[in-house]
Design a protein around this ligand. Structure first.
Ligand code: ZN
Length: 232
């Protein structure tokens, strides 16, 4: 039996997140919202509270959704991007401290820096990626539906990434998608497929080398140069 987990990234966004939450409520779907910290002003926070109250999980998706942390991830920036967002999420945070790096939907070493891994480990975050990014943010936006269904065919448990601002304009397609899941016997669940979890409460679940940039001259993975040989 195939499974699918929904996640909605880059919100909350007033005007988009409300109809999406209404839709999910009508369909009795529970998902995870990976929120961007800078969107958590009064209106954004109210939407995150509403999502949380509806049983959705709230995860951290950086403060600014700027350059991926693997491309610019010194310790100070990492602590600000992740820590400040977590502070704003506050009591809405999932107990496992969910964090999803941003990276244009691509998996790779651009996602994290060694400093980011150290921060996530020290602060016991659970790092969640994805395995189905059908591109609701790309034109033609409607094409996400077929891409998502095709990706589901190839794997037992999909973790799909959709985005509040885009999917909220295509709730008719989201309804078709949910009907197609039913028709194919795909069960919607809230937990994440283990293959999409890189760290669990701070502990790496796998070799992280494929997801971490090792910049020469920086970071804890750097091997110190040996001292010059004093004796020739
Ligand atoms: Zn994102």
């Amino acid at each position: 039996m195939k499974k699918l987990t929904f996640s909605f990234d880059n919100g909350p966004q007033p005007g988009a997140t409300e109809p999406l939450l209404d839709f999910l409520h009508e369909r009795a779907i529970r998902a995870t919202f990976f929120v961007v910290g800078q969107q958590l002003d009064d209106a954004g926070l109210a939407l995150a509270r509403r999502a949380h109250a509806q049983g959705h999980w709230i995860g951290n998706h950086t403060l600014t959704h700027g350059l991926p942390l693997g491309l610019e991830g010194d310790a100070e920036r990492v602590a600000h991007e992740i820590g400040e967002t977590e502070r704003r999420i506050g009591p809405l945070a999932h107990p496992d401290r969910l964090f999803r790096p941003n990276g244009s939907g691509e998996l790779g070493p651009h996602l994290l820096s060694p400093e980011a891994v150290a921060y996530l480990a020290a602060n016991r975050y659970t790092v969640v990626t994805w395995n189905n990014v059908p591109g609701d943010f790309r034109t033609p936006h409607e094409a996400w539906l077929e891409t998502a269904l095709a990706t589901i065919e190839g794997q037992d448990w999909s973790l799909i990434v959709l985005h509040d601002p885009f999917i909220a304009k295509m709730l008719d397609l989201l309804a078709h998608f949910c009907d197609a899941l039913d028709a194919r016997g795909v069960t919607v669940v809230q937990p994440f497929p283990p293959s999409c979890i890189l760290m669990e409460r701070g502990l790496p679940t796998r070799d992280l080398a494929d997801f971490v940039t090792v910049a020469p001259g920086t970071g804890p993975l750097q091997t110190p140069s040996p001292p010059p040989n004093q004796h020739g």
